[in-house]
Design a protein around this ligand. Sequence first.
Ligand code: 5AD
Ligand code: SF4
Length: 478
Amino acid sequence: MQKQVYLQTYGCQMNERDSEEILGMLTAQGYGLVQREEEADVILLNTCSVRAHAEERAFGKMGLMQQLKQERPDLVLGILGCMAKAQREAIFRRLPQVDLVAGPAEIYDLPDLLAKIAEKRQREGLGVATRLMAVDRKVRPLDQKPAGDHRQGRVTAFVTIMEGCDKKCAYCIVPVTRGQEVSRPIGEILEEVQQLARAGFKQVMLLGQNVNSYGKRFPDGSGYQGPKRRERLLALEDDGREETPADSHDDGTRLCDFPVLLRQIDAETGIPWVKFTTSHPFDAHERLFRAMAECRSVCEFLHLPVQSGSDRLLRAMRRGYTVESYLAKVARLRELCPGISLSTDIIVGFPGETDEDFEATMALMERVRYDSAFIFKYSPRPGTEAAKWVDDVPRQVKEARNQAALALQARISREKLERWVGREIEVLLEERNRRGQLAGHTRGHLNVVCDGPDALIGELATVRVQRVTATTLIGVLA
Ligand code: 5AD
Ligand code: SF4
C-alpha cells in the first residue's frame, strides 16, 4: 500500500524550499502526501533553530507526535532541518520515540534513510524507535539534487542558489546548522529558472543564507573562494588578461559571482520578476547595485539586515561593517536605484546592549526609513560565540525595546505606504487571501490587496491605491 507523508515546516524561506524539495523527492519515490498527521505513515518536522522560541514550538509538536507514535508504533517520526543538526543528541534524549534526524545538509539522503528504517523494521519488528542519525555532512551536494519537486505555488517560485554560511556572526546558529557555504552550478540555476518561466511562473525568489557570496565555492571545488580573490579576478578582467585554468568556472567566464548570476538570469531566462534574499551588507557592493540597476527583471527591493545601529555592538556581533559603511552602501544603492524598497532585520537586547546602543539603532531606523523591518529579541543559541556571554539585558527591557522598535517601524512603514494613496502601482497578483481578496506584491515587495476575478491570479495588474494599513496597500483594479 502507498505510504503517506505529513510534513510540517518551521523557520525561513530556505526551509520552505527545502520542504518542497523533500516532498518532491518522496513523491518521486511513490509516497503520497497528506494534510493531517493522523493519516500519515511518516511524519516529518522540518525545524528551525534561529531563536529559542522556534525550537520550543518544534519540541512541543514533537512531544505530541511522540504520543501519536505510542498508539501507532508503525509510524515513522523524523526530525529534519536546523534543530536536527544543532540539537541531535538532545532530540534523542528528550524524545526517545524519534526514528530519524537529518540536518539541512543531509536532506538528499532522506529516501535512503527511510528505506533503511523500513529494512530494519522488517528484520527486527517495530518495537523500539530506530533512532537513525544521518551521516554528518559539511555541505549539501547541491549538484546532486534527486529527482522530483513539489512547488507550493504557481506564480512565485523559490530557487535555492547557495547553501550554508561561512560567516561567524556571534549570535547566529546558522553556520552550525547549515554548514559551509556551497553554491549551485550556474547552469543548473539558469535551466531551472528557464523552466519555471516556461511553466508560467512570473517571479523567482533566489534563496541563500548570503546570496551575495554566491560563486565563492562550487561543489567541484572551483569558485572565487574569497573577497580578495574576487577582486584579483576582477582586476585581471579589467586588464584583459587571461586567467589560469584553475580560475575557470562552470560558465566559462572568469568570475561567476552573484552579479554575474543576476545578469545571466535577466538575459537568458525570460522570467519577468527576480527578487532575492538574504544579503549580508559586508558582501553587498557597487557591482551588485549596478547589476540591480541595469537588469530590468531584477526588482527594486533589497533585504539588507543591519542588526544594530551601534558600532560597538556591530563589532561584538562580528558583522564586519560599521554604521557609516552601511549607510554609505545604502546611499550608493539609492543613487543607482532611486525609489528602491529596503527591509532589514534588527536584534534588540544583544548582550551588553545599553540604552545608548538601542537609541543608536532607533536613530538608524529613522535615518534609513526602511519599508519594513523584522525585529527580534535576542536569545542565546547554544553553540554560538555569544552564548558564552552573559545574556544581561533583562527580559522586560528586551520587551520594551522590542515594542519601541516595532512602533517606530510601524509609523515609518505607514508613512511610506501613505505616499501611494491616490496613485497607481504595478502588482503581481499571487493568490486569494483568507478574506477572499486578491493579494500580491509590488516590485518593491510591498503587500497589495484588491477585489478581482480568479483569472487575474498570476497576472501583472495596475492597482489604484485607496487606503493603507501599517503593512498593506489596499486598492481597486485600475
Ligand atoms: N537571537 C535573536 N535573533 C536572532 N537572529 C539570528 N540569531 C538570533 C538570535 N540568537 C535574527 C537575525 C537574523 C534573523 C534571521 O534572525 O536578525 O537576521
Ligand atoms: Fe531557521 Fe535559520 Fe535554519 Fe532558516 S536557516 S530554518 S531561519 S535556523
